[in-house]
Design a protein. Structure first.
Length: 244
């Protein structure tokens, strides 16, 4: 559902809209998440709804179709809104909804990143980093443009929204944004080569009756060659679905 923008032509309109709908939600039994303020939750018995607010857009889901339809009708009456139906594209995220699953990817965005950095015709690789590689801020080689390096880091970080397989390599490369060298830039280009070969990957959310919370964690224990700090990582599943 989307607020009709024609009604809010002033610059302050989006902010005023957020304040208004925030007040409405809190008065009508919606709980605001204390950690993510754009997320609201409403429970009614065994039924639950999740609503995400971004500027003038609402994305919502729940386990009761009647509750969802009632929410849509109430919002249309309370606010001037348009029902856009099932979510297909949102902030670079492509959403394909099947009967028993939802697939979220950023294929179009990934293609734009590859095009922006002129690496669309590269040879793909099977891993985002060379196995066993150790990067250092004291690496030899010429300096590269820090602004370009940071721009690519930012682009790849946004891609990790649907590509957790990039988190470690992008995180390590992010350590060298202050004075990047050619060795660091080469490592970034390898990530792009990996993306080139896996551009259609994403997150698959499937329906399941097994909602066990399962988590994995690991650490390389003093793996940083500069300061001997450890690099740790974790992933959590709800059933078969990765959520953080």
């Amino acid at each position: 559902m989307r607020l009709k923008k024609a009604l809010y032509g002033l610059k302050q309109a989006p902010r005023a809209w957020n304040e208004r709908i925030d007040t409405y939600f809190k008065k009508n039994g919606y709980e605001q998440c204390p950690y993510e303020h754009a997320l609201y939750i409403k429970k009614k018995g065994d039924d639950v709804m999740f609503i995400t607010l971004y500027v003038d857009d609402l994305i919502f889901t729940g386990n009761n179709a009647e509750l969802i339809e009632a929410f849509k009708e109430v919002m249309k009456k309370e606010f001037e809104m348009t029902d856009l139906g099932l979510t297909k594209y949102f902030l670079g995220l492509e959403v394909i909804q099947g009967k028993n699953d939802i697939f979220v990817s950023q294929e179009r965005y990934a293609e734009e990143v590859l095009k922006k950095f002129k690496i669309t015709s590269c040879n793909p690789v099977s891993t985002p980093m060379e196995p066993g590689i150790k990067l250092s801020k004291y690496a030899d080689g010429d300096r590269v443009y820090a602004s370009k390096y940071r721009s690519l880091i930012g682009s790849l970080r946004y891609l990790t929204n649907s590509r957790p397989d990039l988190m470690l390599s992008v995180g390590i490369a992010s350590r060298y944004m202050e004075e990047p060298r050619y060795t660091h830039w080469k490592a970034l280009k390898r990530i792009l080569r990996y993306v080139r070969g896996t551009v259609s990957l994403g997150l698959m959310y499937t329906r399941t009756d097994d909602y066990r919370l399962v988590g994995y964690s690991d650490s390389d224990w003093c793996g940083d060659v500069d300061d001997r700090k450890s690099t740790s990582g974790y992933v959590f599943f709800m059933g078969s679905t990765v959520f953080t």
